[in-house]
Design a binder for this molecule. Structure first.
Ligand SMILES: [Zn+2]
Ligand SMILES: [Zn+2]
Length: 231
């Protein structure tokens, strides 16, 4: 009933299926589309989370060759379909309230208990333009639910970078060089680094490297979604 009244006041259409939005919480995405957001259950590398060829393989070839600076990447879903749409609406269309139902997905992910939750930072100029760091909103939810301290000022972005997806391998590394800095004492802390989406993984890998260099004992990574290769 309440939803019906609200829809009369703020009529909205689900951007995925174009039916009337019927759920105030996930609005404008309708209930049946929201339910299509599914947890990724395939076999994956125990460190980077990319799918592995066999369910008996614990690590992918890249992680065996060179162990990353982070312990493990946790993510809820493949970055496609409804979750991709929802993250886009939250980030680029100003529908900030979607951070709430999206953040709830973390509750179902068995994240490790950490000392501090740190969001992947935005550069100051980006933050001014967007007025909202969606990643900080997600990190706040995790902090509240796990009791780990939310630390938003320890890791900062010091360089305006190009979108990683537009660059090749070497350019990606160059782009991220000296892009992040640690400006608080984090020595000995077990850290959960939070991002909304992991595409190439280069950004979180670089953040983890910088955090470890500054003395973090462990860096675990949690994201809503990860780009997975199509098969
Ligand atoms: Zn829909
Ligand atoms: Zn791996």
């Amino acid at each position: 009933m309440f939803n019906k009244i609200l829809n009369l006041i703020f009529p909205s259409q689900c951007p995925v299926c174009e039916a009337d939005s019927d759920n105030r919480y996930t609005n404008p995405i309708c209930s049946s589309c929201w339910q299509q957001i599914k947890k990724f259950n395939g076999s994956r590398c125990n460190i980077c989370g990319l799918p592995v060829v066999s369910e008996f393989a614990a690590l992918c070839a890249a992680c065996i060759k060179e162990k990353p600076h982070f312990e493990k990447i946790y993510y809820y879903s493949s970055y496609t379909g409804v979750i991709k749409e929802a993250i886009h609406l939250m980030k680029f269309n100003g529908i900030r309230r979607l951070a709430n139902p999206l953040a709830k997905l973390f509750d179902d992910m068995h994240l490790p208990q950490c000392d501090a939750v740190i969001p992947v930072p935005l550069h100051r100029i980006k933050l001014i333009a967007r007025e909202f760091n969606q990643t900080a909103a997600l990190a706040k939810h995790i902090s509240k639910n796990t009791g780990a301290r939310l630390v938003t000022s320890a890791l900062i972005k010091t360089k305006l970078t190009q979108p990683q997806t537009a660059l090749s391998g070497t350019d990606r590394r160059k782009n991220l060089k000296k892009a992040f800095a640690v400006c608080e004492d984090i020595r000995g802390l077990k850290i959960l680094l939070v991002d909304d989406v992991i595409t190439t993984g280069a950004t979180v890998a670089e953040c983890a490297r910088v955090l470890k260099k500054a003395g973090a004992s462990e860096v675990h990574i949690a994201a809503l979604a990860r780009s997975l290769p199509k098969n």
